[in-house]
Ligand binder design. Structure first.
Ligand SMILES: [Zn+2]
Ligand SMILES: [Zn+2]
Length: 118
């Protein structure tokens, strides 16, 4: 069980992540409806920000880890990873099981990101 400090930290991290996603999903939407083009470097950094660290694809059912305050991957991938590794795939902090939390309500916000992986 996460202690109160971790929960507060996770909430703060989520705020940052949600803001980033909000900014970026607006950005991704605009690339679909307009001719605004992203540089390869921008696309690459978006891919990195929203890629699952396990399957390298767009995150499905995002899981947030309090150890590095990052979206680390798809729920299924993280569960799979955790069955054979006890450390975080991003920062390698141990006790991943207690650091990782499913982020509800982000799947829709993340959907536009899938276009960046085509
Ligand atoms: Zn994955
Ligand atoms: Zn971590």
């Amino acid at each position: 069980m996460a202690d109160i400090e971790e929960v507060v930290e996770a909430a703060q991290g989520l705020k940052e992540v949600s803001k980033m996603i909000k900014d970026l999903s607006g950005f991704a939407h605009s690339t679909v409806t307009t001719t605004l083009s992203l540089s390869e470097a921008e696309v690459a950094s978006l891919r990195v920000a929203f890629a699952c660290l396990v399957c390298k694809g767009p995150v499905d059912k995002p899981m947030f880890s309090t150890c590095c305050r990052t979206l680390i991957g798809c729920k299924a991938c993280v569960v799979e990873w955790n069955s054979s590794h006890s450390y975080c795939p991003k920062c390698r902090a141990v006790d991943l099981e207690n650091s990782v939390h499913e982020v509800a309500g982000l799947s829709e916000a993340l959907a536009p990101m899938e276009k960046l992986f085509i």
